[in-house]
Design a protein around this ligand. Sequence first.
Ligand code: AMP
Ligand code: FE
Ligand code: FE
Ligand code: ZN
Length: 269
Amino acid sequence: MLADLHVHTTASDGTESPAGVVRRASALGLRAIAITDHDTVAGLQEAQDAASGSALVVVPGVEINTDYNGREVHVLGYYPRLESRFVALLRERAEARVRRIIRMVEKLNALGIAIRASDIMARAGGGSVGRPHVAAALVAAGAAADAREAFERFIGRGAPAFVPREKFHPAEAVRWITRVGGVPVLAHPGTIGDDRIIPELIAVGLVGVEVYHPEHDEDTTKHYLALAQQYGLVVTGGSDFHGEGYHASLGEVAVPYAAVQALRRLRRV
Ligand code: AMP
Ligand code: FE
Ligand code: FE
Ligand code: ZN
């Protein structure tokens, strides 16, 4: 009875389709998965269709990428109602992603790397475009041996072709998710390095924290478990699956199905 509450698909920078992820989760005997693509809900319908009639529960979700004083902060939202104002917000976030990619391509071109924005958009296949698609294009162009090297040499924070994300505050993401009946959860806080954000986001509606994540070691996990108890936050976790051979494998990090029930109780339909 385990749930992997953090999964990416080809709707953003995952390498497996929503239906493919559902098949894999069923084969693993998972009770539930949440589809949490970056700044898009485009993969939800396909995943839910693929799971219909099976024992697997697909939790609809999204992972909103934000900027907090120059730090990357990700806010998970479970069960958002897909109202037009929310879809419009995500469309605007997607456009910001495209603008950022174009600026990175300009920097790469200035560095003498012949790479085209249209090629990167094609790699995203109409989904939420991101740096992993740029990394793949850099590898294809022979500018880097693998994605890791592409990030290190070109597009990682501090590298010459890095462009910061356009400003979008995590409190805005929390408010938006709440506004559409969803349940906002702070993703992998161990990667942020500043816990002051937690009470700040609780003040605007944060109700959960992702305690279990592949980037959290044992001490980090214990630390956020204690903070969750202190603040009365729902504890979630997941693999942050992006495809095989990339981060963790599906279900490698999972939480009891009770976490899904806790999220369901908090949503507003
Ligand atoms: P973006 O949202 O466009 O800034 O891209 C961020 C995504 O890039 C993350 O969600 C990861 O999937 C991936 N990523 C970040 N850093 C690295 C890295 N050093 N190596 C490989 N992938 C990375
Ligand atoms: Fe990603
Ligand atoms: Fe994330
Ligand atoms: Zn993620």
